[in-house]
Ligand binder design. Sequence first.
Ligand SMILES: [Zn+2]
Length: 703
Amino acid sequence: MTSAMLGSLGPVLMPGALVLAASLIMAADSTVPREMQEAADRALESLKKTHGAGEAARIDRGVAQVLRFWRPEDGDAAAFRAFVEVEFVPSGEPVDAVFDRMEVALERMDGYFLSMSRDLRRGLDLDLGPLLPLDERLGAFEPAAHLSEDLFKNRLAFVALLNFPLTTLEGRLARGGTWSRREWAEARLAQRFSTRIPAEVNAGLTQAYAEAARYIADYNVFMHHVLAADGRRLFPPGLRLLSHWNLRDEIKARYADPEGLARQRLIAAVMDRIVRQEIPAVAVNNPLVDWTPETGAVALSAVEDAPAPATARSEAKPDREADQRYRRWLGVFQAERATIPYYPDEPTLVDRRFNRGREIPVAQFTALLESVLSSPLGEKVGRLVAQRLGRPLEPFDIWYGGFKPRGKLGEAELDELTRKRYPSAAAYAADIPRLLRDLGFSQERAGFLADRIVVEPARGSGHALGPLRRDDKAHLRTRVGPQGMDYKGYNIAVHEMGHNVEQVFSMTTIDHTLLQGVPNTAFTEALAFVFQARDLELLGLGAPDPAAEDLAALDDFWGTREIAGVALVDIAAWRWLEAHPEATPAQFREAVVGIARDVWNRHFAPLFGVKDVTLLGIYSHMVDSGLYTPDYPLGHLIAFQVVQHFRTLKGPTGAEFERICQLGNLTPDAWMRQAVGAPLSAQPLLASTARAVEAMPSVAAAP
Ligand SMILES: [Zn+2]
C-alpha cells in the first residue's frame, strides 16, 4: 500500500487530455459565446503584435486552452482578454521564470497539504492507544479537497494553461521518447489542469461510489449456514466471509485441508450464485437462515451462531437479490457518465480510464493480457497444477496458490527471530542504514535515506506514506506487537521501506518535482517487491535458491492468468454499458454473466475442461471501484519485469534503484524503456515461466 491511498492529492495530478491548438479553436467555435470568441480573436492579434511571429504558435495554443476552461463565473469577455494579454509570457527567460515559480508553488501546496493530512490522521493511522470518534472525523477531513477548483478560481490554473502545452496520450507516446526532462515537466504541469469538473458532478461520483462501497462492505456470507447438497454443514460456526476477498482466500486456504475439496466446491457455488444474483437476499449477512446453493432452498436456521448483525432479517423468503449488485455497479457507471462532457477528447469512459490513469491505450493493454492468456504455457502449467493436486482441474483452481516457494524456517521460528531483533519500531528504524547497505546502497546513500524515513507503529497492517515536498520525510508504518515485530510485520516493513526509498528518490532528489512519483501504483509496488523479495536474506538466512525462483515464476504466471481474465470481464462489462447506457440492472446482470462465460470459454475452458463458468465475475472491485481490476494484472507484469531487471543486474543495486526512481512520472512505456531498456511487456514473465516448466520434466514431456 502507498500514499496513493491518502486521497485527493494523487488524483489532482491525474494525467490529462491533450489538445492541439487547431482542434481546440475549432472545438471552441461551436460552443463558445460570440463575445468570448471575439475577445479571444482580439487578444490573439494584440499578443502577436507584442511578441512577434516567433511566439504565434504558443499564443494560439495558450489562448485556446484558456478559452476552453473559462466559465462565466471566471469573468466576462473583457476580463478574459485582459487576463491572457497580461499573463502570457514569451519563450526564454520569461517563461522559464514562470515555470520555476509554478513548480515550486505546486510542490509547496501539495507537500504541506499532504503533511497536514498526515498529521490529522495520526490518531486513525498510528497505534497510539484507543481510537476516539474524533479520530475518524479528523481522518475524514481533507484539507486539499477543493484545491483543484481553488486554483481555477484564483487563475493559477489559467496561467499554466496559457503558457504550457496540453498534450494527448497519443502525443506523449509518439514523441515523449525524444522530450527533454523540462518538456515532460511542462506536459505534466498543464495536464494537471486538463479537466474541470463541477462540484455537483463530483459529489454525484462520490455518492455513487460510497453507495457501492457500502453495499460491498456488508456483503458477508455466514458459511456455517450454507449447506451442502446433502444437508451437511461444512464450515464451523461463526465463519463469516466477505465477498469476494474472504471467499476466494478461503478457497486458497482449503488446499491444505484434506477435506477441502467439498468446501471449495461449495464456496465456488456461492460465488456463482452471487454473480448470477441467484443468492437469496436473506442469505446475505444473515446467520439466522440456512441456504442450500445447490437447490436454492432457504429455511430459518435451528442452529445458534454468532449474533446477527443489525441488518440481518429473520424471515426466510427465498427472494433473489433483485440485482442489487448490478444496480450499484450501474450507479457508478451513471455517475461516471455524467462527467463525459468535461472530457471532450475522451468520450468513452473505458478509453479515459486507460488514457488518463494508466496512460496505456486500452487496445495495447488487452493485447498484453491476451499474450499471457493465449500462451501455450497455460496448458502446460495447468497440467502441472492438476498433477500437484492429484486430480483434474476444477474451475476454482484458478486460485491455486500451491507454487508459493516455502522457506527453510517455519513461521513461528521466523517470528521469534524478528521479535528478538525488532522489539519496537525504533529498533527497526535504527537498523535501516544496515538494511540498505545490505541491499546494495553505499554507506553515504544509506545514511541519507535513513535520515528521511520515519518509522511508526501502524494501527492497521502497514503502509508507506511518501513526502510531497523536498524537505519532508517518508513515513514507514508497520505493525509492532507487544512482544515485538512478528515476521509478517517485518516482511511488510521491508516492503514499505522499498516504497519509502522510491518515494525519497522520486521526490527529494529528482530533477523536477513536477515529475514526482512513478507512472502509476503498479510501478511503486514493483520497486517495493525488489526489497521484499530479499527479506530473508536481510535476516541473515541466505539468498533465495534458484528452485524457489522457478516456483515463484509459476505462481506469478498462474495468478496473472486468473486476474487477467477478471480484468477482461471488467473491461467488456464497461464497454457493454457504454453501448447500452439505459440498461436495467437485470439486463446488465445478464450481460455480465454472458461476458464472464465468454472470457472463461475462450481462455480457461480449454485448460479446465468445463464450460460456462461465471467465477471471473465475482470480484467486488467491479461493483465499487470503477474499472480498477486491470491494475492487478498490469501490476504483476510490471513487477516481474522490474524484479527481473534487478536480478540480472551486474552493478550495485542501490545506484540503479536511485537512477530508476528518479525517472519519475513518465508514461509507463517511456519509464520502462528508460528503466530496463525494453518496452512494457509480458515476455519476461513468459520466458521465466517457460524455463520453470522445462525444469519440471514430467510436465514438459506430457502430451
Ligand atoms: Zn505496497
